[in-house]
Design a protein around this ligand. Structure first.
Ligand code: APR
Length: 241
């Protein structure tokens, strides 16, 4: 594949629909997580202060499920896209709202997890950040300062600032294309990224099971399962390099 300097810089935003076919629950579909849990009980700093045991149980269950699920065809296609664009002098900038590790397990090397990661934790006492592969509880000591109950899931909860926003905003200013995969467009700031892309006049493609809340902001849309749409789209891009 010859080095070409016109290989595109593609900004991909993904959401729970990317991992749905791996068996990871989404949030707002019929059997979604927010059908069985209230956000204010498990996904806010106040919830954690009020009932850390309940919050740890919610994330322990989701973290432990990671051992039972595998990347799907969409994850593998995005890993191929990252490698293909790198080889051609372009770039994939994949910002995900997902907190699972399926992109990395499929071979992606620099996925940006703007809502944090189930496989990580940090200490509320000393801010030590570390890999958390086992269940946490209100008595788990911090590996650094030893404070019992210090560690919390490294998840961005409602009311907290998502990670890497400066980098994300800079990447949106340099992208040649914007692609959204498997997200309802219900939560900001992620739901606003397509508007920034529209303001720059770059092509904006929505790959989702159904039209998202922001579908009118896109210049193109394909609706169906990510496991089918994403590989098809990736093969189109790789064939143009
Ligand atoms: N293929 C493609 N899209 C799918 C599939 C699939 N197999 N299954 C579901 N979808 C789509 C749904 O149609 C929906 O538009 O994925 C989207 C999932 O939407 P949500 O459940 O709202 O998940 P997401 O958009 O990632 O939520 C954003 O909300 O609760 C917070 O922090 C949480 O990161 C999450 C954020």
């Amino acid at each position: 594949m010859p080095e070409t300097n016109n290989a595109p810089r593609i900004f991909v935003l993904s959401g729970a629909g990317l991992s749905a076919e791996s068996g990871v629950k989404t949030f707002r579909d019929n059997d979604g997580l927010w059908e069985t849990h209230r956000v204010e009980d498990v996904a806010t700093p106040e919830a954690f202060a009020r009932d850390p045991q309940l919050v740890h149980r919610f994330y322990n269950a989701r973290r432990n499920q990671l051992h039972t699920v595998q990347p799907n065809a969409a994850h593998h296609a995005l890993a191929r896209l990252e490698a293909g664009l790198d080889a051609a002098g372009g770039a994939l900038v994949h910002v995900t709202q997902n907190v699972d590790d399926l992109c990395e397990r499929a071979g992606e090397t620099r996925t940006i997890h703007m809502h944090g990661e189930l496989t990580r934790a940090f200490c509320t006492a000393c801010d030590h950040r570390f890999a958390a592969l086992q269940s946490l509880s209100p008595t788990t000591p911090c590996p650094a300062c030893r404070t019992p109950g210090g560690p919390r899931p490294d998840i961005v909860w409602f009311g907290e600032m998502p990670y890497a926003m400066e980098r994300i905003e800079a990447e949106l200013m340099h992208a040649d294309r914007f692609v959204s995969i498997g997200t309802s467009g219900a939560v900001y700031p992620a739901a606003g990224f397509v508007s920034a892309a529209k303001a720059r006049g770059i092509p904006r493609l929505e790959l989702n099971m159904e039209p998202s809340l922001g579908t009118s902001q896109f210049s193109d849309a394909r609706h169906g399962p990510a496991g089918q749409l994403v590989p098809e789209w990736v093969e189109e891009i790789l064939a143009q390099l």
